[in-house]
Design a protein around this ligand. Structure first.
Ligand code: ADP
Length: 431
């Protein structure tokens, strides 16, 4: 009995004094062993009259009995408690009951747990219901969002398609216009070229016949001085016109021609130019080449034209009576530059772009210099800062230089101050 997990007690005598209890019984009753032993059962245990009657019957008859009774709920527990009693009589030597063993089982915990479980089940059912409702609601919301998303995606796709169509259309129009533009530029260039070309023949005739007339006049003797002056004026005007036409043709050719690039030995080219042209050689001018000039990647004929024009200007625009002094040198630029090489003259709109090392070439003169506000404009066609009487020229030379250098993937510029000479420079890819 002492080790039984079920609450058990033994009572004896007519007063049912508690004779023995086990730990489970003490725990159930909520009293200590000392508080129970030797005390009347009815006094220490909250048993009902029914239980005491049962005990008395077992005592009297000696037969085991059992019953379950409801214990009135006591605070803080307001749940009804069910106690089940089983009683056995322990007979003495004379066969009369000496003691009664009482076993008590409390069913409250089971009921309690069952209720709690029921409650929990109910709660979880409610919760499940709520969750299902919430899931339904969020599903519906999700459905709305998905529909919205699908609609937006569709609209986006439609917009993209429209945009693509428009871009394609735009590209087509641009291509069409570009082709038209290219065609009219080619037509215009061909037209101006043929006009300029055709003009040369009559101008040459005028110049030739006027020279002839002048010769005849002087041969016949006693020519009218006024006639001589007029004839000379016609010859000079015709010569100037011829020069103009020639320059326009050169510019046109530089703009239209197919450019074949090669490594040009600039050092040799400059020295040859100086040798060939008397106005560039001593005593007319002093041209000094510093060090050996870098080779460049260029169209040789175009570069020759540029060098001729720049050197020609360097020795031309000096104050009267001063011997032109020109210094030429090259330097490699520290960083490669993205250039547009116009390899194919037929497609000036699609130049090839590349990052290449560049060389800058300098032409420093001791000339009259150029005011800052004119330094950009002198590269425009026909832009001159002087009269024909001061310095001869057509105003096309620098336009040719810029056009040619740009088509070869380079740049051109000037650094100058009036009265302090000029430094023209050009940049081209290094060979
Ligand atoms: P042109 O030499 O036939 O006049 P350019 O196009 O070569 O035409 O030059 C345009 C103008 O730029 C010149 O008329 C001149 O006023 C100015 N210029 C060009 N080179 C120099 C220079 N080295 N020094 C001073 N002025 C210059």
């Amino acid at each position: 009995m002492a080790y039984s997990p079920l609450p058990m007690a033994m009572v004896e005598g007519t007063d049912y004094l508690v004779h023995e209890v086990n730990a489970a019984f003490c725990q159930l009753i909520g009293k200590s062993r000392d508080d129970l032993i030797g005390k009347p059962f009815a006094e220490r245990v909250p048993a009902t009259a029914g239980t005491l009657a049962l005990l008395e019957r077992v005592y009297r008859t000696g037969k085991p009995e059992s019953h379950t009774e409801l214990q009135p709920p006591a605070p803080p527990l307001l749940i009804p408690l069910y106690w089940s009693y089983v009683m056995w009589a322990v007979p003495a030597a004379d066969n009369r009951t000496a003691e009664v063993v009482i076993q008590v089982t409390e069913t409250v915990r089971f009921d309690n747990q069952a209720t709690a479980m029921n409650e929990a089940l109910m709660l979880s059912a409610v919760r499940q219901h709520e969750l299902a409702d919430a899931a339904d609601a969020s599903n519906a919301q999700l459905q709305v969002e998905i529909t919205k998303h699908i609609r937006t995606a569709r609209e986006l796709q439609e917009a993209r398609t429209i945009l693509q169509l428009q871009a394609g259309e735009l590209e087509r129009v641009v291509q069409e216009r570009t082709a038209e533009l290219r065609e009219s530029i080619v037509d215009l260039e061909a037209f101006s070229y043929s006009v300029a070309h055709d003009l040369r023949a009559p101008v040459r005739s005028i110049r030739g016949f006027t020279t002839f007339a002048l010769e005849l006049c002087t041969e016949k003797g006693d020519p009218d001085p006024e006639v001589i002056v007029f004839l000379n004026k016609v010859i000079r005007a015709a010569a100037r016109m011829d020069q103009l036409i020639q320059d326009v043709l050169t510019l046109s050719a530089i703009s239209r021609e197919r450019l074949a690039f090669s490594a040009v030995d600039v050092d040799a080219l400059v020295r040859l130019l100086i040798e060939e042209r008397p106005e560039l050689a001593a005593p007319q001018a002093e041209i000094k080449i510093e060090g050996s000039l870098h080779a460049m990647q260029a169209h040789e004929a175009s570069l020759t034209q540029c060098l001729t024009n720049l050197l020609g200007n360097a020795v031309k625009f000096v104050p009267a009576g001063l011997v032109p002094r020109v210094r030429i040198w090259t330097e490699e630029l520290p960083f490669p530059v993205t250039t547009a090489l116009d390899l194919d003259s037929g497609s000036p709109f699609t130049p090839n772009r590349a990052k290449v090392p560049m060389v800058r070439m300098w032409f420093e003169d001791n000339g009259i210099g150029i005011a800052p506000e004119s330094q950009e404009r002198i590269f425009e066609i026909f832009h001159r800062l002087h009269t024909q009487a001061e310095y001869e020229g057509t105003g096309i030379g620098l336009a040719i230089v810029r056009k040619a250098i740009e088509r070869m993937g380079g740049r051109v510029g000037v650094v100058s101050e009036p009265g302090k000479g000029s430094r023209f420079w050009l940049e081209l890819p290094k060979a």
